[in-house]
Write a protein that binds this ligand. Structure first.
Ligand code: AKG
Length: 332
């Protein structure tokens, strides 16, 4: 179903999709303690079954969460005309409701930033210029800490799958040319939701993340849902002190389909705003995305055609959010 909005806050939206409500919060999300000696096998099990898990005892200081949340809200609470100076996204910068350039819309505003200091974007710089220096440092301290934790997580994936060398995945994220990015999403409350007769407004439409791994942290407002293997959608109970880790398409390919990228989406809330911050860890643009040799059994064939990260990204940018993007790269 699609809402053609007539009034109020929905005025700014031409077409936002809705979906049937998912009644219960799912209690089966795997939880991994990063310091658990069994973490490597628990992570692999979660990534095989769900492509998703909650990470606790991660060691990233709570004050980094709080600082960035304060600064992000300061930005999102600016007058629209000020925020628009940091947009439209190219893909970096500020965007509102339009996600990508292929017609996807959602009840969301966002800032997409490059995490690689060597690649600067005019739009990204303008975000920081319009705002105090404190915003830049809150982003930097958070991203640096999350990156270090993400390196550790993918090394545990490598350990759990007995991938050699152990840094076969983490070296791609550590690389100076790693094509990683960082996103701040703000989903304002949408009081008009009541008028939708029990349906939920889509904040961020269903998709898988194209990169290797994504590390998501949000405030305590629910809305995130993941799609299980049996195609049912379940709501992820929010936890503002923990991270949620998503397997991306590139990791699915590099493990020849053993780990699966998770389809997820976000629903808008009628009362509370949701703020999320996501680090997307991607490889350098020229990197060939192929199954890791040490993972392949004797005689096992790749399920995918060979492609570079740049080719995959170009293809993903041309697609709609909900498209099954890996389909074009599967061997039939
Ligand atoms: C994305 O930005 O790719 C998301 O999936 C958003 C998730 C969220 O905002 O919680």
């Amino acid at each position: 179903m699609v809402v053609h909005s007539q009034s109020g806050a929905l005025d700014h939206c031409s077409l936002i999709k809705t979906c049937r409500p998912t009644p219960v919060a799912f209690s089966g999300i795997p939880v991994v303690n990063l310091r658990d000696p069994e973490a490597k096998s628990l992570i692999v099990k979660a990534c095989e079954e769900y492509g998703f898990f909650k990470l606790v005892n991660h060691g990233v200081p709570m004050e980094f969460f709080a600082n960035l949340e304060t600064e992000a809200l300061r930005f999102f609470n600016l007058p629209q005309s000020d925020k628009d100076k940091a947009g439209p996204p190219d893909p970096f910068g500020y965007g509102c409701k339009m996600i990508g350039s292929n017609g996807d819309v959602g009840w969301v505003e966002y800032l997409l930033l490059n995490t690689n200091p060597q690649i600067t974007s005019h739009k990204t710089n303008s975000v920081f210029r319009e705002n105090p220096e404190i915003f830049r440092s809150a982003v930097n301290e958070y991203v640096q800490a999350v990156k270090r934790m993400a390196f550790e997580v993918v090394e545990l994936v490598a350990d759990g799958l007995e991938i050699e060398p152990r840094d076969a995945l983490s070296r791609l994220l550590r690389d100076d040319k790693s094509d990683s990015c960082f996103r701040l999403n703000h989903y304002p409350p949408c009081p008009e939701l009541q008028a939708l007769s029990g349906r939920n407004l889509i904040g961020f439409g269903e998709h898988t993340d194209p990169q290797i791994i994504s590390v998501l942290r949000s405030n305590n407002t629910s809305g995130l849902q993941i799609c299980l293997k049996d195609k049912t959608w379940v709501s992820v109970p929010p936890d503002q002190t923990s991270f949620f880790i998503n397997v991306g398409d590139a990791l699915q390919v590099m493990t020849n389909g053993r780990l699966r990228s998770v389809r997820h989406r976000v629903l808008a809330d009628s009362v509370s705003s949701r703020l999320s911050m996501i680090y997307f860890g991607g490889p350098p643009l020229g990197e060939k995305i192929v199954p890791l040799p040490s993972l392949m059994a004797k005689g096992e064939e790749s399920l995918y055609k060979e492609f570079t990260w740049s080719e995959y990204k170009t293809s993903a940018y041309k697609s709609r959010l909900s498209d099954y993007r890996l389909g074009l790269f599967e061997k039939k």
